[in-house]
Design a protein around this ligand. Sequence first.
Ligand SMILES: [Zn+2]
Length: 352
Amino acid sequence: MPVYYVRYKQKKHRRRKRVFFLLFALACVGLSFALAFGFGKGPAAKLLSRPATAGHALPLLTIDRQEQLLININIPVDENDSWRVKDNKLELTLVHKDAIAAFPAEEQYLDQQICFRREQNKVVLIIELDNLPPIFRLSTTAFGYAIQWSEAGLAGKRIAIDPGHGGHDPGAEGHYLGLYEKNVTLAIALELQAMLEKAGVEVFMTRSTDTLVDTTLKPGRHIRPDLWKRHDLVNDYSPDLFLSIHNNSWSDKYARGIETYHNPNSLNSFPSKRAAQLIQNELVAELQRYSRGIKPKNDAVLQVKAPAVLAEILFISNKEEEAMLAEPDFAKSAAAALFKGIAAFFQDPRGE
Ligand SMILES: [Zn+2]
């Protein structure tokens, strides 16, 4: 009969866990990560309940306070799960039937700041955010969720940058100067990469040269599979923030301005919208162009499992804006604006 329990990992057990980790990594790469969390024998381990659900070899929940708080929840992810921050509490709502079956009906505190409560067809995990660093990252794992806290600021963060288009996909083309979107997006992305790395960020680029990301694709119907390739690479990297850079284009040659997209239907809709707003504000302030605002979009790249933003920086189809995009210093100023927006996000990702 499976059990679930909370474990507080202790530093002195590190070596033993490392040995376990290595053994199991050899035995089964796919399971090694979760097993490493399951085999620590913290003295404060606390048995909470013994629900009769099938198939749980892992603890349902582990709490690790070794350096920063890390919580692993080994309940299958359901597309209707959601989370929000209310009254300085993080509420993660799980609706998978395993969650309903596994957690007891009465509200329970797992420690002073973590509790769960079962409502009719859902389980709500509530974490009080007082005394925790301002940044947390909710991501999915092979077994459920991980929530990890880290300090404010850019240093040590992981950011993925996606310069739109590339190779035999030029993106939109300017009518007046013949500018290619793929070149503008790459120039901005390379400037931004340098600025972020200087600030101690680890940067992942979906491309750094004039090529499609999926280099096996032949010219022609390639754009969608290439977008999914970008999506998969970014998911593998698992960044703290993902930014895709594009330029806009429209048949109306007077269309102009800046807009930034976010996905309201993703697990990370909340921080994505916040990041989109901050980046939009900085782009408008820096480039002094009309703001079209932030908008929802459900693009392949915006479906990544991370806070995600797609910035459309000026209209390449607009004469005046194409001329701006062609200026030698443009990439630097656009990158500076993106940098400021990203820095503001990591200073205060919740905007409270
Ligand atoms: Zn584009």
